[in-house]
Design a protein around this ligand. Structure first.
Ligand code: UTP
Length: 475
């Protein structure tokens, strides 16, 4: 019988690990499906799965918080940097040098499931431009093209997908002709996936020949960069620093000479941008110092009394929130992977559609399963040196997370318009506003027109007068 040897070995393996149910429907499968299932099972990493089950599936082994932690030091935002101007000037020059020398790569993590947004397709394909309706991927691509022009250097773009959306993402790039960036300078690679578990430790089946699984978290990017060969590719191109961002944030300043320069000047291995939290309980990770190392404590782990603690001047003691914007050195990623590295596992209890013991499809209405992920910020304490640069929310952070309400496309578009209005006014352009101060027009500045606020002034004479109710796309 076909696959017999492999089948027998797999039965033994699963029996040993108490996962024999994964082959319960084997006899009902076609030859192709049998091979698919055997391949999936044999790709499971049973050197770690029993440990995960005991420590994260059957019990909540999430690390929790350390005994001692304090606020992490940070560099003030560029706008408040008068006292640091020498260092900031030096850093900016260094950042420009690194970008111009082709030593900085762009890297977006786009392997998430985007469940909250509920968009049918990879999140990067979501149309977000307030006037142009351009997609997130489209805006990032234009930013990279504009930076190539500005810095006169080829800049490669790396995109991490997951097994769930890789094919769909490749299709988007193919059908858009790689957004004009050239196929050879755009690398799409997949992160890993972890099986989903029932609370009793049994691995769930999505259907009779497929294991239920989900991407291994944005922390998986640090391994996937290495395993996929993307890091090796970066080395051949002479890349030293990676500008890391999330696919949901169209305000991202991918090529920030100040941030890249401060990171390099301080000899940091992995650095972060931070925001002052909008309120004590804002759902962002908190930057802390643990044993002298920068670390992020999740909002759900920071005790309320710590979250509310204030300094004599009224500011929050733990005021810096993480926004998943990093610069990471290629050498650091190589070092992390050299000896089989693992980030701490985080468990999440989620709704996991699956089939039951009778083969019936179950679409749960309540969380029923365990997903295991790693988080990229957990690599921060592993860095010898890590700096934090504060930034301003309205300039750089407007993530599309939810279909409605906070962090929805509507809010993101409003913030894109607001930033465009600020940039125009800073260049002396008059922007009509309603009595409450919001722009009374729909504005969009394409990256080809201005990558940074300062770029607008050079083109101010090309901007037509803006009337109330106008729609203006500057490209
Ligand atoms: P989120 O934490 O917002 O998750 O990801 P998500 O999967 O996109 O959305 P929800 O929670 O299902 O609604 C933040 C960033 O990390 C990426 C996402 O693509 C997004 O850019 N990510 C997340 C990955 O690349 N892989 C993952 O496994 C998880």
């Amino acid at each position: 019988m076909e696959h017999m040897e492999e089948y027998k070995k797999t039965v033994e393996l699963l029996r040993f690990h108490g996962q024999g149910h994964l082959l319960a429907f084997y006899d009902q499968l076609t030859s192709l499906q049998k091979q698919q299932l055997l391949d999936e099972i044999n790709a499971l990493d049973f050197s770690v799965i029993p440990y995960w089950i005991e420590n994260y599936v059957k019990t909540n082994g999430n690390v929790g918080i350390p005994d001692h932690f304090e606020p992490a030091p940070s560099h003030p935002p560029a706008s408040a940097s008068a006292q640091q101007s020498n260092k900031y000037d030096q850093a900016r020059l260094m950042g420009v040098d690194l970008i111009s020398a082709g030593k900085v790569a762009a890297f977006v993590v786009a392997g998430g499931q985007g469940t909250r947004l509920g968009f049918d397709g990879p999140k990067g394909d979501f149309p977000i431009g307030p006037v142009s309706n351009k997609t997130l991927f489209g805006i990032f691509a234009e930013t990279i093209l504009a930076a190539r022009k500005k810095y006169d250097t080829p800049i490669p773009w790396y995109i991490m997908t997951s097994p769930l959306n890789h094919a769909a993402t490749v299709d988007i790039f193919e059908s858009n002709d790689y957004f004009g960036l050239g196929k050879s300078d755009v690398s799409l690679f997949q992160q890993g996936a972890n099986p989903n578990f029932a609370t009793d430790g049994k691995i769930l089946l999505a259907d009779k020949c497929t294991i239920a699984s989900s991407p291994d978290g944005h922390g998986g990017s640090l391994r996937a960069l290495y395993k996929s060969g993307a890091l090796a590719d970066m080395k051949t191109r002479g890349i030293e620093q990676i500008s890391y961002w999330q696919v949901d944030n169209p305000l991202i300043n991918i090529f920030d000479p100040l941030f890249i320069g401060l990171h390099a000047l301080d000899g940091a291995e992995m650095s972060s941008k931070a925001l002052v939290k909008a309120h004590p309980m804002e759902k962002v990770g908190n930057f802390c110092l643990v044993d002298g190392k920068v670390a992020v404590i999740e909002y759900s782990d920071l005790p309320d009394e710590q979250a509310h603690r204030r300094n004599p001047d009224g500011s929050l003691v733990f005021e810096l929130g993480s926004i998943a914007i990093h610069v990471i050195s290629t050498a650091f990623i190589e070092k992390l992977n050299a000896h089989g590295f693992a980030l701490p596992i985080h468990r999440a209890v989620k709704k996991v559609p699956h089939i039951d013991a009778q083969g019936n499809r179950v679409v749960p209405t309540e969380p029923n399963g365990i997903k295991l992920e790693t988080f990229v910020f957990d690599a921060l304490p592993l860095a010898e040196k890590s700096i934090i640069l504060q930034t301003v929310r309205s300039e750089e952070f407007a993530p599309v997370k939810n279909a409605t309400g906070d962090d929805s496309p509507e809010v993101t578009r409003r913030m894109m318009i607001a930033r465009a209005a600020d940039w125009l006014e800073a260049a002396g352009v008059k922007v009509p506003r309603t009595p409450d101060g919001t722009p009374d027009c729909i504005l969009e500045i394409a990256p080809s027109f201005a990558l940074h606020r300062e770029d607008v002034a050079e083109k101010a004479d090309q901007i037509p007068a803006i009337m109330p109710g106008d729609q203006l796309y500057l490209a």
